[in-house]
Design a protein around this ligand. Structure first.
Ligand code: GDP
Ligand code: MG
Length: 163
């Protein structure tokens, strides 16, 4: 069975870096097809022996613009509807910021399992920032470094029960 994974969260937390890492070399991006929304990217990948269908949600740099925020919310909701499990990514170094809470509210009302990921936690960096992560309502975060490939085996363990 292939697990459908949506990678969601505010811009700049490392969603695409995680997407690329899990997609590995077998990248099959289909968002260049005409008529397909550019707000989400799709690829197949795997962690160990778990096959994944990955959905990356686009980063909108300027979310001060309300129309961008509405679009970000909309594509996040679509990605969540399409997935089996949502990976909710935050920045372990920055801790919880107001925009993280907006994403938490979107996820809370969806009937999908959520794994909270405190990214950029390489070499135990950002463990202090991730301490407050429980306020988001998804328990203690899984510490990960998408860029350095740390915490991937813990992510594997977290995903195992959903396949
Ligand atoms: P997105 O907007 O959530 O898709 O974030 P990106 O994947 O584009 O990453 C945003 C920035 O964070 C980039 O400069 C990445 O190199 C950096 N980044 C991503 N993952 C990590 C990580 O694990 N550790 C560190 N230190 N930086 C990271
Ligand atoms: Mg991105």
């Amino acid at each position: 069975m292939t697990l459908k994974i949506a990678i969601v969260g505010r811009p700049n937390v490392g969603k695409s870096t995680l997407f690329n890492r899990l997609a590995g070399k077998k990248l099959a991006i289909v968002d260049d097809q005409p008529g397909v929304t550019r707000d989400r990217r799709y690829a197949s990948g795997h962690i160990g022996d778990i096959d994944l269908d990955l959905i990356d949600t686009a980063g909108f740099e300027d979310v001060a613009d309300t129309s961008l925020e509405a679009r970000m919310r909309q594509q996040t909701e679509k990605a969540i509807e399409e997935c089996d499990v949502a990976l909710f990514v935050m920045d372990a170094r920055e801790g919880v910021v107001p925009l993280d809470r907006i994403f938490a509210d979107i996820l809370r009302f969806k009937d999908k399992p959520v794994i909270l990921i405190a990214n950029k936690a390489e070499g135990h960096a950002g463990f202090a920032g991730a301490e407050e992560a429980h306020v988001l309502g998804f328990g203690a975060p899984l510490h990960l470094s998408a860029e350095h490939g740390e915490g991937i085996s813990e992510l594997y363990e977290a995903l195992e029960k959903y396949r």
